[in-house]
Write a protein that binds this ligand. Structure first.
Ligand SMILES: NC(=O)c1ccc[n+]([C@@H]2O[C@H](COP(=O)([O-])OP(=O)(O)OC[C@H]3O[C@@H](n4cnc5c(N)ncnc54)[C@H](O)[C@@H]3O)[C@@H](O)[C@H]2O)c1
Length: 388
């Protein structure tokens, strides 16, 4: 089958890294036939790669079958909807959009115009074998019912320089949030992928605690599930070295994911059965330790891009369908809403009301963020960061 003719819009940190990976031959079945950015954002012209400064022109050019949207998230809705309406296959960068109202507009456009097309999202951490293995342990019932979850993911350290190099970053108007909208879509997506969606969310957030920004850079979230399961999620861009430890308390024992290892302290008898049948008031089930060593972190961005091409060419099942991207945005939005209003919120939140509150925050902001001119980061910068 013919190669997919792909256009990338947004040649900043992420778009350039994807472009380079394609040009380096790390993904097959894709020809990069067009790129689009403002004039100074465009790369050196290359034969066979048309250059555009207007995304509408690239979408309507006939030069591409598929588009990868790598612009700042406030523009995801408009560009994604236009591309879906034009009948293109669409790969969205994370987060799907800034708020659930925009996510819904994208999903509606896909349902109305995109049937038969591929609509995917760049949740590259779904390719990580640690999380894939954990999902298998949960979905097969191997570890029994999940009772409680805690994830501390505080290794998203970012500097003042990072925030200053993208004018849109870390403002209500430009980004619509901080660590929950920028770094944590990956983790929040994994959270809902592994454990499903909670019924209630409470967010305890600090805004600009570690950086000169107006949005959150420190968050402790509490999720209450319909089955009574409690979950907590802690994140920050201000702590170094930070930790990344996921703890899953299940009927069959405790599973942790940390430092490249899955450790399962396995209950010989499920804790519920032991509790019901034991004739002793203070004993616990015997346990044995199982370590599941896991090599590497999976194919990450290139695997998602490859999967996108394979879905278009051969009907491969998507690793991360874009329609699922609304869930991580819902968790982020609900956490912010809860913190602003000082109360627990029920899911789903009122999408239009949230969009209106966020707009008002952006419109009324007088915050002046430090800004610098910085050259685009490279794929190596992403490889050096804690995770991508
Ligand atoms: N999947 C990941 O691991 C990952 C990592 C980093 C960033 N991202 C996502 O990628 C997106 C971009 O982030 P970034 O760090 O590359 O930002 P960036 O600021 O480095 O780059 C954005 C680029 O988009 C261009 N742009 C903006 N609006 C445009 C428009 N309407 N038409 C054409 N070009 C336009 C800008 O000129 C800039 O070159 C964000 O949504 C971000 O969350 C994902």
């Amino acid at each position: 089958m013919e190669n997919v003719r792909l256009g990338i819009v947004g040649l900043g940190n992420m778009g350039r890294a994807h472009r380079q990976n394609i040009l380096d031959g790390k993904v097959s079945g894709i020809d990069l036939t067009a790129v689009c950015d403002i004039p100074k954002g465009l790369p050196e012209p290359r034969e066979g790669e048309a250059q555009f400064t207007d995304v509408g022109e690239m979408i309507g050019s006939g030069e591409i079958d598929a588009i990868h949207v790598c612009t700042p998230h406030p523009s995801h809705r408009e560009i994604g909807v236009a591309a879906l309406r034009a009948g293109l296959h669409v790969l969205m960068e994370k987060p799907l959009a800034v708020h659930t109202a925009d996510c819904q507009a994208l999903i509606d456009a896909y349902e109305e115009h995109g049937r038969g097309k591929v609509f995917a999202a760049m949740f590259n951490q779904r390719t990580d074998p640690h999380y894939k293995t954990l999902k298998r342990l949960i979905d097969t019932g191997e570890i029994g019912a999940v009772r409680r979850v805690h994830w501390s993911v505080t290794d998203w350290f970012r500097t003042e320089y990072y925030y200053a190099m993208g004018g849109w970053r870390a403002t209500w108007k430009g980004e619509g949030g901080g660590v929950l909208l920028n770094q944590c879509p990956h983790n929040l997506d994994l959270f809902q992928w592994l454990f499903g969606m909670p019924g209630q969310v409470t967010g305890f957030l600090n805004f600009g605690r570690y950086h000169q920004i107006e949005v959150e850079d420190d968050a402790t979230l509490y999720f209450k599930y319909p089955d009574g399961k409690n979950a907590t999620f802690i994140t920050s861009t201000g702590e170094a070295p930070g930790v990344n430890r996921l703890e899953v308390v299940a009927d069959r024992g405790l599973v942790t994911v940390e430092d490249g290892l899955i450790r399962w302290t396995r209950n010989e008898t499920a804790s519920s059965e032991f509790s019901e049948t034991s004739r002793s008031g203070f004993s616990k089930p015997d346990t044995w330790g199982v370590e599941i060593p896991i090599e590497g972190r999976g194919g990450q961005h290139n695997e998602i891009l490859q999967n996108f091409a394979d879905a278009i060419r051969d009907g491969a099942e998507l690793i991360s369908p874009a329609v699922e991207g609304i869930h991580s945005v819902m968790l982020a939005n609900a956490s912010l809403l809860s913190a602003w209003e000082g109360e627990t919120v029920d899911l789903p939140i009122d999408a239009e009301r949230y969009a209106a509150i966020l707009k008002e925050k952006g419109d009324s902001s007088t915050f002046k963020k430090k800004e610098i001119e910085a050259g685009p980061a490279t794929a190596d910068d992403f490889a050096r960061s804690n995770k991508t």
